[in-house]
Design a protein around this ligand. Structure first.
Ligand SMILES: [Fe+2]
Length: 225
């Protein structure tokens, strides 16, 4: 059944439509830990991915555990906030138990002139990307690119729907080491090439979050847009 929203103020402006993105600044320790575990010994994952990049290496069990430890809480938080918003606040996460299922994780090792074509992730609820390294000197390239009216070198771009008044249909992310973005798995995205020699290293996870009902004491519900 649809959740019916009843305004509680005399005047409100709200955003009931469209997907939600999540952002988290990872602790430097987590970035170091993931970088330290990056190795050529990891399995090649490129047959499952569309990237036109040098290497896509699948996380082993240890890396999945590191990711779950460092990011699980934030991923579940995204799920709770998105579910709460979709139900206009009529969703009490305290009546649920959440199980984080990281189906897969992988490093993306992108070098100069490489790119990641427009794609989605399948067979999971949400996906995410975290930045682990950027080529030395890319700031100079960006300085130049930002003189243009549409900078995009090495950027991640999300696209959703089409361009309509009072709404946006695309969202550009300038990568920064330590930054982590969460998005629904069906959301189209791509990564643009760059020219600076060196590695742009990121990782992604395909995740599902499963809910189980539990009893919990009633408490005021909150819904923030
Ligand atoms: Fe992707």
């Amino acid at each position: 059944m649809s959740a019916i929203y009843t305004p509680s103020q005399d005047k409100e402006f709200f955003t009931p439509f469209g997907p939600m993105l999540g952002f988290y600044r990872m602790p430097p320790d987590l970035v170091d830990q993931l970088n330290a575990k990056m190795s050529d010994q990891l399995a090649d994952h490129s047959d499952h991915l569309v990237g036109k990049v040098t290497q896509e290496l699948r996380f082993d069990e240890e890396l999945v555990q590191i990711a779950a430890q460092g990011l699980g809480q934030t991923l579940i938080e995204y799920h709770i906030r998105a579910r709460t918003r979709c139900n206009f606040g009529d969703y009490d996460h305290r009546t649920k138990r959440f199980a984080l299922d990281i189906m897969s994780g992988w490093f993306i090792r992108q070098f100069e002139n490489e790119y990641n074509p427009l794609h989605i992730h399948t067979q999971c609820h949400l996906s995410c990307v975290g930045y682990l390294a950027l080529p030395d000197g890319i700031e100079a390239e960006w300085e130049d690119d930002y003189q243009d009216h549409h900078p995009s070198h090495a950027h991640l771009q999300f696209a959703h729907g089409t361009d309509v008044h009072y709404s946006v249909c695309n969202f550009m992310v300038k990568p920064k080491v330590g930054e982590f973005w969460i998005f629904p798995s069906y959301m189209f995205h791509c990564v643009y090439p760059f020219k600076t020699k060196g590695e742009r290293r990121s990782f992604s996870l395909n995740v599902s979050i499963n809910e189980e009902n539990v009893t919990a004491p009633a408490a005021p519900r909150q819904w923030s847009l």
